[in-house]
Design a protein around this ligand. Structure first.
Ligand SMILES: Cc1ncc(C[n+]2csc(CCOP(=O)(O)OP(=O)(O)O)c2C)c(N)n1
Ligand SMILES: [Mg+2]
Length: 380
């Protein structure tokens, strides 16, 4: 049984949902991919000027996978990104200025300078929020989190779908297994996207798993699986839209494997010395997602080159304007570190054993007789 083959309803005669998109929407896909790349190139320049605080994670060569998949979601749906999903964040409504301020740790960034790169979210009721989660870093953990999110949709009877991105590396974690298994058993409206970009840090995929291909794992979970060329934005949209539609119809989880390539290191500091010579260059020359889609638009869709050039200029202007705003934004004030962490005034009463106690002279962390742990042994 091949899990990669389409189901009867999707049949071989079924339309390719990417190719039949109207031209205006294909141009939107181009815009989002170009914006992702240009914004990241700007971030590299800022990083080299030491204006980026922390690491810089690129999605160079993976723009089609992030943009094409997220484009298949509706505004009310919820998406959980990873560090290489800047494109998906932008499609879901994150703005370049927010992203720049996050990376530059500005005081008025979404996390007030406390969390960097794209670790910020906007989730809540459909319509009131943009529907992307602030990712947590432990690999694979967003799968059970999104199983919970989509379970809440199912229990409330909300017409919403969830999509979670994981890397090839994350598929080796217990959290990935537990999360997808739970979601599969409960037929939750969840799409799990594996971005197989060839590496997890310095570990190539063939050292990551003995499976011939990651999509084969779908069989073990009893879910629909599809593998796709992750650098073909229309094909990525096609398989993701089918999976999203299945989830919306109540047909449960899909596991999608996007074949792509991480052309940059894990982050900017990584010199990729472990990559075989010529590999990066081959992908760059022969399989760049923006180059490939540009050819489709010019040759097949007969878009005038000037129209694409105008989109590039628009993107450049937007990134320039966002950079000016981010650079002019203030750094966080020191006391900002406490805002949103501690309640002011305290919303909770002090713990019962501390009430009225002079904590500066309290030798024990816990009440007498409760537990065996002494915070300061011998202090009594
Ligand atoms: C459970 C866990 N182990 C290790 C790490 C450290 N770590 C962060 S990213 C990364 C590699 C991720 O590779 P992959 O899942 O393939 O995603 P990619 O970076 O290729 O997009 C590692 C090992 C972590 N964050 N969580
Ligand atoms: Mg990887």
């Amino acid at each position: 049984m091949s899990q990669r083959r389409r189901r009867a309803g999707d049949g071989p005669a079924a339309q390719h949902l990417g190719e039949v998109l109207p031209l205006a929407r294909k141009l939107e896909l181009y815009y989002w991919m170009r914006l992702t790349r240009t914004l990241e190139e700007r971030l590299v320049a800022l990083y080299r000027q030491t204006k980026v605080v922390g690491g810089l994670f690129r999605s160079l060569g993976q723009e089609a996978d992030a943009v094409g998949s997220c484009y298949a979601l509706e505004p009310r749906d919820v998406m959980s990104p990873l560090i290489r999903n800047l494109g998906a964040m932008l499609v879901k409504g994150a703005t370049p200025v927010e992203v720049l301020k996050q990376y530059m740790a500005r005081g008025d960034s979404p996390t007030r300078g406390r969390e960097l790169n794209i670790h910020f979210g906007d989730v809540g009721p459909a319509g009131a929020t943009r529907g992307f989660l602030g990712q947590i870093s432990p690999l694979g953990d967003m799968v059970p989190v999104m199983a919970g999110v989509t379970m809440s949709f199912k229990l409330r009877g909300e017409d919403r779908v969830g999509l979670v991105y994981v890397g090839d590396g994350a598929t080796s974690t217990g959290a990935f297994h537990e999360g997808i298994n739970f979601a599969a058993v409960n037929r939750l409206p969840l799409v799990v996207v594996i971005e197989n970009n060839g590496y997890a840090y310095s570990t190539p995929t063939h050292r990551q798993t003995a499976a011939k291909q990651l999509v084969d794992k779908a069989i073990g979970y009893g879910v629909q699986g599809e593998q796709v060329d992750g650098n073909d934005v229309l094909a990525v949209y096609d398989v993701t839209k089918r999976a999203v539609d299945r989830a919306r119809r109540g047909e449960g989880v899909s596991l999608l494997e996007f074949i792509t390539y991480r052309r940059k290191g894990h982050a900017e500091h990584d010199d990729q010395s472990y990559v075989p010579p010529g590999e990066i260059e081959t992908w760059a020359e022969q399989n760049d997602p923006l180059d490939r889609f540009t050819r489709v638009l010019l040759d097949r869709e007969k878009v005038p080159a000037a129209e694409l050039a105008a989109l590039d200029v628009r993107v450049q202007r937007e990134v320039d304007a966002a950079t000016d705003l981010a650079e002019a934004a203030p750094l966080p004030a020191p006391h900002d570190a406490l805002v949103g962490v501690y309640a002011d005034p305290p919303a909770e009463r002090p713990l019962w054993f501390r009430a009225g106690a002079d904590t500066s002279r309290l030798g024990r962390e816990r009440a007498e007789g409760w537990g065996t742990f002494d915070a300061a042994p011998g202090a009594r």
